[in-house]
Design a protein around this ligand. Structure first.
Ligand SMILES: Nc1ncnc2c1ncn2[C@@H]1O[C@H](COP(=O)(O)OP(=O)(O)OP(=O)(O)O)[C@@H](O)[C@H]1O
Ligand SMILES: [Mg+2]
Length: 393
């Protein structure tokens, strides 16, 4: 099939190798669909090698998704990104992981459970149709939705957002009753609470039937909303800054999970992966990796990739655009170059491209890791025994 070249593709082909996709300056998240990708870019994003007989140079975003859909699929997963520390890159990770997962052909729902609503603002503010209203409302209309993600807003084909709202405190305290058995006044109330807890849990689990991946962006707190979603998660990704080695919040979550197991009979053990964020470059990265690798909790669950310090992360957030839809900042071409200037320019261009590609690669690696988890056989049982063995607190 010969792809008809539009002017957009022509621009792209002229700049081939310099960027991932070409957009207007004001591109937004939903412009992803307009992207045009070269064969090598597509291979890079999807971590695969295309058949070498494929002669086309350019692929539309839709075609890229189709290639991704044809790859081997695992089980759908609920992936929660959490650390009680603020500013460690949770929202950045959710946003870019969701975008890459969608480009790979997955049906994605993002759930923003952080009252700051940072993620929702990057994509679309969804008003009343938010996770808190769902949680509060499901009691009065328990049969309205089978799955929590049915309540989400469709942003584009295969991509939905269940956004955040300012009422998060209400939702969190509403959920408190499930985590504090003492708050129930009598046995009847406790039973009713149990039933509700299990039914809400079920609605999150039912969401997997309609999605390939559900990504939950948690706020920096140990509140009950986070505890509840942890009970539902199949994978927890915990970003860590190199100067603040902290997973205390996870200890709390694990306790709350034990509680929901004991009290509500919910047994949903998840894979935990730690993700180093080298944002501050305060410590020697190798020394830090070396020290955390020896930690019995973090070491065995450290992701094989890390978030490098990158200006493209800030740019991704500022321009509300996934990194792979941006372009690297190339040095400006001046007139009357000397040979030395040209050399400096080329080196700057090389470094810009490297920083840019590294900023995408870390999310591609995380997506690969999640694919691996989703393909694990006898997922539930192997996962729980593995976590039990590793997380013996
Ligand atoms: N490695 C990095 N290099 C450069 N900037 C980074 C890096 N990691 C994170 N940032 C920037 O730091 C800011 C905070 O990141 P982000 O909002 O993802 O953190 P968070 O953990 O979600 O914060 P909160 O706990 O408040 O929700 C963002 O502007 C992000 O682009
Ligand atoms: Mg955040």
């Amino acid at each position: 099939m010969v792809l008809k070249l539009s002017s957009r593709i022509n621009i792209f082909l002229q700049q081939k190798g310099q960027g991932m996709a070409i957009f207007s300056k004001k591109s937004k998240f939903t412009d992803m669909e307009k992207g045009i990708y070269s064969k090598s870019q597509l291979e890079f994003l999807l971590s695969l090698e295309l058949d070498s007989t494929e002669s086309r140079e350019a692929f539309t975003y839709k075609e890229m998704r189709k290639v991704g859909q044809d790859q081997k699929r695992g089980e759908p997963l609920v992936v929660m990104v959490f650390n009680q520390k603020g500013g460690v890159g949770k929202t950045l990770t959710c946003f870019n992981l969701a975008a890459i997962s969608h480009a790979r052909g997955k049906n994605v729902t993002l759930i923003d459970i952080d009252g700051q609503a940072n993620l929702s603002k990057l994509i679309k503010e969804v008003g009343e149709n938010n996770v808190y209203n769902f949680i509060k409302g499901w009691r009065t209309r328990p049969d309205a939705y089978d799955a929590i993600t049915d309540y989400a807003t469709e942003i584009m084909e295969g991509f939905r957002l269940l956004g955040s709202g300012a009422e998060n405190f209400n939702a969190s305290s509403y959920l408190d009753r499930f985590f504090m058995r003492e708050s129930a006044e009598d046995e009847g109330e406790f039973e009713a609470n149990t039933e509700q807890f299990v039914s809400l849990f079920q609605k999150v689990k039912n969401s997997k039937e309609k999605n390939d991946i559900i990504i939950v962006d948690a706020g920096p707190s140990r509140g009950t909303l986070n505890q509840f979603f942890f009970s539902c998660a199949d994978v927890l990704i915990c970003p860590l800054n190199t100067d603040e080695f902290s997973y205390e919040g996870i200890e709390d979550l694990l306790e709350s999970r034990e509680f929901s197991e004991e009290v509500y009979g919910i047994n949903n053990h998840c894979e935990i992966r730690f993700l180093i964020n080298d944002r501050d470059q305060e410590e020697d990265l190798d020394a830090f990796i070396d020290s955390v690798s020896r930690d019995p909790i973090v070491g065995p669950n450290l992701l094989g990739t890390f978030l490098p310090k990158s200006k493209y992360f800030k740019k991704s957030i500022k321009e509300k655009t996934p990194i792979f839809c941006l372009s690297p900042d190339m040095p400006k071409h001046k007139k009357n170059y000397s040979a030395k200037d040209e050399e400096i320019n080329q080196e700057e261009a090389r470094l810009a491209k490297k920083e840019f590609m590294d900023s995408i690669k870390c999310f591609v690696d995380i997506a690969d890791e999640i694919d691996k988890i989703s393909l694990m056989e006898t997922k539930e049982s192997s996962r729980s025994s593995e976590v039990n063995a590793t997380f013996n607190w």
